[in-house]
Structures are given as structure tokens and as C-alpha cells.
Write a protein that binds this ligand. Structure first.
Ligand code: KG4
Ligand code: ZN
Length: 336
């Protein structure tokens, strides 16, 4: 097992990434982020595909070089099959297929969301099974019950916007540039999270909703700006802190409900939004209050990365879950 060598390729959105898994660990994880979207306030699919085409060869070359491997050494190649932007997914999948065909090695299709959960197994400490993972990114918000590496069930998810999308859209309303989530987090650290109160949606079960919150913040800002044109400017830090506090309590309340409902006290957070400082603090607080054992992958493995694709491909390799060269890509999740 130790010499299994897997190349993982991620290209679902606006990060081109490749990583090499060798000797039971990640040897390289190269990520090229696309700056081109900043001017547009969001990811432009066609520009993303073009940028992936420009980045993919240097990114894969660098991942192999840094790991001290060559294409000839690979046991298999994994790629993100879904969910994501079709044009972006096609770039990574075509490359993976070309490598599989030319080297005669197995091709492994990976679900991006499943990979976010398995990022927990890149570096110790590893959670024991079963555990719950709150996967929060720009495109998704899910609570996943993880019974084994490849046995995952989505038990709650957003019915409209993702948590990261809510952060980014509100940040845009506050005049911050894309992606606003990290900037909002920074400003919030100097603000009062209890200064303004925004509603918590009443969603049944373990599902989330963020669109109502977004609208109420929009109206709240508009109304206050009408009365005082300096409102936004003068209250920016408190607004950021209050919005962040509400998004985090929505996430944490559902995670707590899931933990109680399933009787599980091992809890992880993953995905880009798990970088949020308030969410990390809340996780610590809930851990003390409810006796949770908590796990958070290293930041570089929380945001989109090839390493999580490589490790997921590794577990699929061990269980012989290969795919054909005719494997499609899909905008919606194929949770194999
Ligand atoms: O997982 P990810 O890198 O890409 C997707 O699969 O979407 O997540 C990106 C999302 C963006 O919405 C970004 O604003 C958000 O994660 N994000 C944050 C923070 N860092 C990244 N949101 C709030 N606070 C942060 N510190
Ligand atoms: Zn992601």
C-alpha cells in the first residue's frame, strides 16, 4: 500500500489544483487561484474554464516535481467529476482521462463534497467513525453523516444559498470586493456581534436557508442609509460582526440539532467557510458545552485543493471503484 501513488486533480470552480498522494501521505498540493473574477464580483464560468486551461499543465508539472514523481510512477489518477461548473470540470476531467489513457492506469471519479469531508484524513488527528461533518463552501452547505470513508449520507443541506454565498453576497452589499467572506471576517473581528440583530430562519429538520437573511440585511441597510447616508461607512465593523454572528449561529444550531438527533459527539467542519474565525470559535464553545471531539483540517485542505481529491481517489482505489473514459461530468453532485 505504501507505494501507491495517486495524482488528484481539482478544477470544479475557480481553483486549479493538483496533488500527489504517495507513501501514505500527501507529498504536494499545488493550487493556482484565479484572480480574473475579482473585477466581476463573482466567478464568471467561461473565464474560469479558460484560466483552468492556462493553469493545468504548470500546476500538474509542479505537483509531480515537488513530490519527486513522474507520470510513469502513478498508480491511478483521480479527478473532480461533480458538482461544479461544467466547463471547469471538463478541463480537469479531460486531463485526467488523457493521463489514464496514455499511462494505462485507472481513472477515478471523485465527488467534490465527499472530498471536502475526507480532507479530515489527510493529516492526523483522524476522526473515528461515525462522525458529522459540516461542509460549508461557496457553493454548498451540508451536514454529512460519515459512517466510513466512502459511506457518507447528506442529512441536512441548504434549500437556497450556500453559507459562503451568503457571506460573499452580504459582503458585496457592504461594499467589499469578491470574495468578500474573508474580508468580512477580518472587519468583524473589530466589531460588536450583538449590535444589530438579524432573523434566524425557521427551517424544518436539518436543512438551512440563507436567502431570507440576505434580503432582510439588504432592506435593513437600505432603510438606514436613507435616514443616514453615512450609516454603512460608520457601522461597517459592527455590521460585519452582526452578520457573521447570525450566519454562524444558523450553522451551529443545525449542527447541534444533528449531533443530538444522531447521538454523535464527533464533529468536523470543512470547506472554505470553515476558515471563518467566528465559526471556529463557536465550534470550540460547542465542544466545551456538549463534550464534542472536534476536527478541522488544515486551512490549505479546507479551501478547494487537489489533496482532498487525491485522498478520496486513494480510498476509491483501495476499494476498486474505477471509472471509464466515457465518465461524464455533472454540475450537480454524483455521490458515488
Ligand atoms: O470551499 P471553497 O474554497 O470553494 C468552494 O467550493 O466554493 O469556499 C469558498 C468560500 C467563499 O464563499 C469564501 O468567501 C468563503 O469560502 N470563505 C470565507 C472565509 N474564507 C473563505 N467565508 C467567511 N469567512 C472566511 N474567513
Ligand atoms: Zn469546495
Amino acid at each position: 500500500m505504501a507505494d501507491i501513488c495517486i495524482l488528484g486533480i481539482e478544477s470544479s470552480c475557480d481553483e486549479t489544483s493538483a496533488a500527489v498522494w504517495l507513501g501514505g501521505r500527501i507529498k504536494s498540493n499545488i493550487v493556482a487561484s484565479q484572480k480574473v473574477h475579482e473585477d466581476y464580483g463573482g466567478v464568471v464560468p467561461e473565464l474560469a474554464s479558460r484560466a483552468h486551461e492556462q493553469h493545468i499543465i504548470p500546476v500538474i508539472d509542479e505537483a509531480l516535481r515537488k513530490a519527486g514523481t513522474r507520470l510513469e510512477d502513478l498508480s491511478a489518477v483521480g479527478f473532480t467529476q461533480s458538482p461544479g461548473l461544467i466547463g471547469s470540470l471538463l478541463v480537469g476531467s479531460c486531463f485526467a482521462k488523457a493521463i489514464s489513457l496514455s499511462r494505462g492506469i485507472p481513472l477515478i471519479a471523485v465527488n467534490h463534497m465527499q472530498a471536502h469531508v475526507l480532507a479530515n484524513f489527510i493529516e492526523p488527528p483522524f476522526p473515528e467513525f461515525p462522525f458529522l461533518c459540516l461542509t460549508v463552501s461557496g457553493g454548498h452547505t451540508q451536514i454529512v453523516l460519515c459512517r466510513d470513508h466512502l459511506d457518507q449520507e447528506v442529512i441536512g443541506q441548504t434549500r437556497d444559498d450556500a453559507a459562503g454565498e451568503a457571506f460573499d453576497k452580504v459582503a458585496k452589499m457592504l461594499g467589499l470586493t469578491y470574495p468578500g467572506g474573508p474580508q468580512l471576517d477580518r472587519l468583524a473581528q473589530k466589531g460588536d456581534p450583538h449590535r444589530f440583530s438579524f432573523p434566524e430562519p425557521r427551517m424544518p429538520g436539518l436543512d438551512f436557508s440563507f436567502s431570507g437573511l440576505k434580503t432582510s440585511i439588504l432592506y435593513f441597510i437600505r432603510e438606514n442609509q436613507k435616514q443616514d447616508p453615512g450609516f454603512l461607512q460608520n457601522n461597517l465593523e459592527d455590521l460585519c460582526a452582526s452578520v457573521q454572528d447570525r450566519i454562524c449561529t444558523i450553522l451551529m444550531h443545525k449542527l447541534r440539532d444533528a449531533a443530538l438527533q444522531y447521538g454523535i459527539a464527533r464533529v468536523s467542519i470543512s470547506g472554505g467557510v470553515s476558515a471563518n474565525s467566528a465559526l471556529r470559535n463557536s465550534l470550540q464553545e460547542y465542544s466545551s458545552k456538549y463534550g464534542w471531539e472536534i476536527f478541522v483540517p488544515k486551512l490549505e485542505y479546507c479551501t478547494d485543493n487537489g489533496a482532498m481529491i487525491a485522498i478520496t481517489a486513494y480510498y476509491k482505489y483501495l476499494s476498486g471503484q474505477f471509472t471509464g473514459l466515457d465518465a461524464p461530468v455533472s454540475a450537480r453532485g454524483i455521490f458515488a
